[in-house]
Design a protein around this ligand. Sequence first.
Ligand code: 17E
Ligand code: FE2
Length: 407
Amino acid sequence: MQHTINAIINARLPGREGLFHIPISQGCFGQIQPQQASCDAGPADLDARGNLVSPPFVEPHIHLDAAFTAGEPRWNQSGTLFEGIECWADRKPLLSREDVIGRAERALHLFADNGIQHVRTHVDVTDPSLTALNAMLEVRERVAELVDLQIVAFPQEGICSFPHGHELMEEAIRLGADVVGGIPHFEYTRDDGVASVRWLMELAHKHDLLVDVHCDEIDDPQSRFLEVLAAEALRLDYGARVTASHTCAMGSYNDAYCSRLFRLLTRSGLRFLSMPTESLHLQGRFDSYPKRRGLTRVPELLEAGLKVAFGQDSIRDPWYPLGNGNMLRTLDVGLHACHMLGMDWIDSCLELITSNGAAALNLQNYGIEPGLPARCIVLHGSSPYEVLLEQKPVLASIRDGRVLVSR
Ligand code: 17E
Ligand code: FE2
């Protein structure tokens, strides 16, 4: 049974000293008051006991239509992105509404239990039946009390390279997808990749939709579709609404090219998502030694003032056999892979799985501020460092004043 609360007491807040009393009424936060000392909880109070209270975790990049299909009908033995796409193409004809809804909701309940309240899922629309898309549009309504779900029309096998790819994208938008996707590095030619990015940006702009492109998810330093995406975002003045996912090739670009590229990136202001567990697993597969990590330039993008967040990408699917819904695991791996275990990075690390993800999703009412919807989580630890050290399950998850999770 979910009950509502009137306040969170003995709360610590990210980047602020001392303890706080956070009142909640009619599903929204009230005026946050500093507390002189730790106090006892009333019947409708949630006692944070000096632990950190944070806005909910954001899962900005996942593929729920493929969740829990690892090994079906066969395992990805090479561990490459490309064999994953082949395995998925064999699984796709077996999809049904019930199958997709069952697996996606299983993943979303696991996410909710881990303090995630905002999710963006890519749904493969290179399927003439659009079975997964229709099922996920239903799921978006069915889980609304637990999570906000954004649906990306994602052309897994290409827009230009898949029969009727453009029409399937347009149909997905007509049916109600929130975000326009793409996969330029998978199109047959560089020209097709460029054409696909220009076309999808026009489509999004015309329909006033967000954009999230699987962009340069490959170790090939010649894969340079990010510059096309950024230039289009700049031209259309659309940067805050455009997300570049993966950009793995940036980990292989030379510094001279990157210095030119960063000038464009900062001007366009687009958002970045890196999926550290996934890229460590799928990239570097064509290297002997030394072997690349396959991640984009996360600290460099952050230092340039751009928003970067981490996502899980997969949960036991043809691309990645693991995943447990715990964003702290993703954060841990990402900080290791990106050389970000310096104390300054650790102090701000929760932004990578909270506010920066919210920026990528273009969320408007996110944060712990008076008047905003009362959505937050209580973490195990009084500082980001302690939270990262322990990686314990969240102690509570509150949504619009209702207690979704409490331990
Ligand atoms: N599809 C894709 O193109 N890339 C990925 N990382 C996943 C699906 C999980
Ligand atoms: Fe992905």
